[in-house]
Design a protein. Structure first.
Length: 217
């Protein structure tokens, strides 16, 4: 699969903002009990489900590694993958005891059926909807039988452009996606819905937020 122009833009944009992004989002989960609850439920399923067992979890689009570290604190062996080398460099400096790799979540360097869990924490928001079926098939490919996926996304049905963010020029499309569409595409990839949550935007947020937990057969 050749790299499309949107991936190049995503990489360049997050390379540009990496240090400031990490600083601004260092306490992202504070004051968000519902977000933390979904992560805790995901971690418990990975730990306890007979299919997941003690297998590793991939945090795809991990950015500066804050959620990867949070998952490790919840008792799962999480590692991070991000398209941006600058983001991975920040993550490695901040969490030297954890594993972080540069890579594309669309073409993972992971064997079939080996992961207990996959986390996509807002990392699909720049993916065109037409690319989501192939992306979700890749997530399903690397999950072991009984493995779990948690995806967090901006809920809605809208595309908007970002040309400036976190104090830097960027070139990003951001997609708000209906939860029903996410659930349907996951089902098409062989991932059965376990639970979903949609919460309203917080005081400093502009979008409703969706969370969908799914499981392989």
């Amino acid at each position: 699969m050749t790299e499309t122009s949107y991936l190049s833009s995503v990489r360049a944009s997050y390379d540009a903002v990496a240090v400031d992004y990490a600083r601004l989002f260092s306490t992202e989960l504070d004051g968000k009990p519902l977000d933390r609850a979904m992560l805790a439920a995901f971690a418990e399923y990975v730990r306890e489900d007979s299919g997941g067992g003690g297998r590793a979890v991939a945090d795809l689009g991990c950015g500066p590694g804050r959620v990867t570290a949070h998952l490790n604190g919840l008792g799962v062996r999480a590692f991070g993958v991000d398209l941006s080398p600058a983001m991975v460099a920040v993550a490695r400096r901040t969490y030297p005891g954890l594993r972080f790799e540069v890579g594309s979540m669309a073409t993972l360097d992971v064997a079939d059926g080996v992961l207990g869990g996959v986390l996509a924490w807002y990392s699909t928001v720049h993916t065109p909807p037409s690319e989501l079926p192939a992306l979700f098939a890749e997530f399903a490919r690397v999950l072991a039988p009984g493995g779990h996926l948690l995806i967090a996304f901006m809920a809605g049905d809208e595309l908007f452009r970002l040309d400036h963010a976190y104090g830097h020029a960027v070139d990003l499309d951001v997609y708000r996606t209906p939860p029903e569409l996410i659930a349907g595409l996951l089902a098409g990839a062989g991932l059965a819905e376990v639970a979903r949550l949609v919460r309203e935007a917080g005081p400093d947020e502009k979008s409703r937020h969706g969370f969908l937990l799914a499981r392989t057969s």
